[in-house]
Design a protein. Structure first.
Length: 592
């Protein structure tokens, strides 16, 4: 076979210089092709070419050499023109398929119904008919039917999973974030996110899998699903697993039968366990016992908003008095920022609400109670501070020591609040400062300072990392840590680092990632790979509820997982491996 291939390649030069003009033959796709009848010749020998030419084309055999050259050039030009036609059609097909994949990806990422593709195609045809009608035929070839969009989404999801497997093989260390919630059909959906880092300090944060659990959701079932998902879908090796972050539920973290404990038994070593910092912050805020305020606020909001006529009348009333806010906000317990926003809106509209309700059948005497109003103002201010902390803990690509630094700063703020309130100063509580008379600040400051003390104690109890705090401090600022406080195997290295002016300047002038990339530090790699929260899981559950709603309740678990991967992924689908599998073509970088 190798000898035959070399023979054809060596004969190729002969065809270009002699046989093309002599017998009207050429090479096309490694085959000897007659330019006249387009037949191919199996054996590349001159005798076979001459026999075919003289027996099947005797009239052309009588032509002179110059006439054959002219005839060969004309036939070769026609052949090239025909091949270009097929190439153009193939290129158009590739482009059409590219558009189909791109639109399908956007449909999934936006959480739209799969049938939206047909609507989009109709809109495109309307636009192209008016703007460039000569191109309508190309747009009509774009396939966006429901079944096609579904297949495209499945192919893109598979492609993203393959890319993740490739990246996983390059991870030095990685961590997992897990959370479980039920969808519209009461199916428990377990989300498993992976955060890995390679030797170049490139961080990858992707959805490793979504496991649908139709039975029980105990620690045993959850750990089994995690093992199955990591082996089958992601190709993970537990050797480089550093930590697992959860929401702190008993099924996840119970001492003997929790999912993390069972995973440790399966792996055969201890894993660092993190309770989501944001969940702990929300739990800390519950130590503030202001139910007597919140219950009345929720009752007032529900009374006005749950009745259509009353709600319309209230909004018309607000338009008449010309206020900045045009409505009250419903309170939702499961949303982190809801309580603070509800309180702020009620305080902003307090006088208008009281005036609107004064002639109503249901009375809320608390609105006229001075002590209750003072508690409302303080609770509004302290909840706003808690919301500010929560917002700092949100966002993408946050490192765990950055979140710990935000919590540490808030704890210092609480100590400042306690000290100032004890002295009757309310400069950091603007609602109290504006609405409570100055002569009562000292008395109320001592009262509310006790609530701040409870909040400080709860933050100290829940959000103190003890031994891990030293490691995080070491990575965040290795030049300020005491070498005696760090682990024994790192003490000498830390001393050498702190005495180096070069590294000190590099730490000051470059980002932490670039700094540790130059050091190639294993401790830094592990720390950068840690999940500090399950915020990414909470975001994905919101996307899940948006996709699997009352109008799309029949969406299967497999299709839902495909949509989740596309919606949350930071990777770009690779068309080189997508399109040949589906369409038999080989375009490159179609989705780049």
């Amino acid at each position: 076979m190798w000898g035959k291939k070399r023979k054809i390649e060596s004969e190729h030069r002969v065809f270009n210089t002699e046989w093309t003009n002599k017998y009207l033959y050429t090479i096309s796709k490694d085959k000897i092709l007659c330019l006249v009848c387009r037949e191919t010749l199996a054996v590349p020998k001159e005798y076979n070419l001459r026999w075919h030419f003289e027996t099947k084309h005797p009239n052309l055999a009588k032509l002179s050499s110059n006439e054959k050259i002219i005839k060969a050039a004309s036939l070769a030009k026609n052949l090239s023109r025909e091949q270009q036609i097929f190439k153009k059609v193939s290129t158009e097909n590739d482009t059409v398929t590219k558009v189909s994949f791109k639109i399908s990806k956007e449909i999934a990422a936006a959480g739209k119904c799969l049938t939206e593709g047909e609507l989009l195609k109709k809109c495109m045809l309307i636009a192209v008919s008016e703007l460039c009608p000569e191109k309508r035929g190309i747009f009509e070839n774009v396939s966006l039917s429901r079944m096609t969009v579904r297949r495209r989404i499945a192919d893109i999801s598979t492609n993203l999973s393959d890319q993740l497997k490739q990246r996983v093989s390059e991870f030095c260390f990685y961590s997992l974030a897990m959370d479980e919630s039920t969808d519209l059909k009461d199916t428990a959906q377990l989300l498993i996110f992976i955060r890995g880092i390679d030797k170049n300090f490139e961080i990858t944060e992707e959805l490793a899998g979504m496991c649908s659990m139709t039975g029980r959701t105990t620690g045993k079932e959850i750990s089994s699903e995690v093992i199955k998902c990591t082996n089958d879908k992601s190709g993970l090796d537990f050797t480089n697993l550093v930590a697992i972050c959860t929401d702190g539920a008993p099924a996840m973290c119970q001492k003997n039968v929790g999912a993390v404990t069972l995973l440790e038994e399966f792996i055969g070593r201890e894993i660092t366990k993190h309770h989501c910092i944001m969940h702990q912050q929300v739990l800390c805020s519950k130590v503030l016992k202001f139910e007597h305020v919140m219950s009345v606020v929720v009752s007032i909001v529900n009374y006005i908003r749950s009745r259509g006529l009353k709600h319309r009348t209230f909004r018309a009333f607000l338009e008449g008095v010309d206020t900045e806010c045009n409505d009250l906000i419903y309170h939702t317990e499961v949303r982190w920022l809801s309580r603070g926003r509800v309180l702020q809106r009620l305080v902003a509209l307090k006088e208008e609400v009281a005036k609107f309700l004064e002639n109503g059948p249901i009375k809320f005497p608390e609105l006229e109670n001075e002590s209750w109003n003072q508690d409302l103002f303080f609770f509004c201010d302290i909840t706003a501070h808690l919301n500010d902390l929560n917002i700092q803990l949100q966002g993408k690509n946050q490192l765990i020591f950055q979140m710990c630094a935000a919590v540490k700063a808030f704890k210092m703020k609480l100590k400042l609040f306690r000290s100032q309130l004890s002295k009757g100063e309310m400069c950091h509580f603007p609602t109290c400062a504006q609405r409570i008379p100055q002569h009562k600040h000292a008395e109320l400051g001592e009262k509310y300072a006790k609530h701040i003390i409870l909040l400080i104690e709860e933050f100290d109890r829940r959000l103190t990392l003890s031994k891990e705090d030293v490691q995080l401090k070491l990575i965040e600022d290795p030049f300020s840590v005491d070498p005696e406080e760090v682990p024994l195997d790192l003490q000498l290295e830390v001393i050498e680092l702190q005495c180096s002016a070069v590294y000190r300047n590099k730490h000051r002038e470059s980002s932490l990632r670039d700094f540790y990339k130059s050091l190639d530090n294993e401790v830094a790699l592990k720390t950068f790979s840690l999940f500090g929260r399950t915020y990414i899981c909470e975001q994905t559950f919101s996307i899940m509820n948006m996709n699997k709603n009352k109008q799309r309740s029949s969406l299967t678990d497999n299709h839902l997982e495909d949509i989740m991967k596309i919606s949350t992924s930071n990777m770009t689908p690779n068309a080189t491996s997508l399109l040949p599998k589906r369409d038999g073509s080989n375009p490159a970088h179609l989705l780049q």
